[in-house]
Design a protein around this ligand. Structure first.
Ligand SMILES: N[C@@H](CCC(=O)N[C@@H](CS)C(=O)NCC(=O)O)C(=O)O
Length: 217
């Protein structure tokens, strides 16, 4: 029997975390359904979603009755249950590169707070107007550039020699600046744009969106 996969998303498809899980599933080539959770209506805090998800957040993956939240956990789970060689690889094979990819994924989720605040994912997907970067966000951008430059150098295509899900996450972080017309070193800009052209990523970015309505969780 074919397995059943549902990925729960916000209504506007702006979550960088849904983005990562969506790209992971698309890269694996497995069929899945997208189900909208209306965060503006607080549907993530209502039952049964709240208890099933454990964290009352999106994304949540529902796989044959198993619920999982936290996008990096979803990415790793998808890698485990749809393994190579039958399915394409999401993480580097070398343990140190694999660890580095996880490091990058943790970094873009837990660091860069001012940048994530001032260049929110809504500004990336909807091109909403932004103010000049604050000193704190400028420092965060510089930190991101240092990390990305160390990984990409002049290579411009992937961080680890062949594509990994960390590339999608790193490109999203860079697109916070690229899409908003901020200054980004040319090789990083080229890398971020090349990632945006990848079919799995383009499908998420170009998904039709309703006009954005700001909402509080
Ligand atoms: N660390 C989580 C973050 C998920 C997250 O922050 N999701 C937001 C939307 S982008 C959410 O569900 N917010 C609702 C809330 O916190 O009440 C992940 O990587 O999946």
């Amino acid at each position: 029997m074919a397995s059943s996969l549902v990925l729960h998303t916000d209504p506007f498809w702006v979550s960088p975390y849904v983005f990562s899980a969506f790209v992971a599933l698309k890269e694996k080539g497995v069929p899945f359904e997208m189900r909208v959770v209306d965060l503006g209506q607080g549907d993530h805090r209502k039952e049964p979603y709240r208890s099933a998800s454990l964290t009352a957040r999106i994304p949540a993956l529902l796989h044959d009755g198993f619920w999982l939240t936290e996008s990096n956990a979803i990415d790793e789970y998808v890698e485990d249950v749809f393994p190579t060689p039958q399915y394409p690889r999401l993480f580097p094979v070398d343990p140190q590169q694999r660890a580095r990819a996880r490091q990058v994924m943790a970094f873009v989720r837990s660091d860069l707070g001012a940048l994530r605040e001032e260049r929110s994912s809504e500004t990336v997907m909807y091109r909403r107007p932004v103010e000049p970067l604050s000193p704190a966000a400028t420092r965060a951008a510089a930190k991101l550039f240092t990390l990305a430059t160390a990984l990409i150098g002049d290579r411009q295509d992937t961080a680890f020699g062949s594509w990994s899900i960390a590339d999608a996450d790193l490109a999203f972080a860079l697109q916070r600046l690229v899409a908003n017309g901020d200054e980004v070193p040319a090789p990083l800009r080229a890398y971020a744009q090349a990632q945006w052209d990848r079919p799995s990523i383009r499908e998420y970015v170009q998904h039709p969106r309703a006009p954005f309505v700001p909402y509080n969780y």
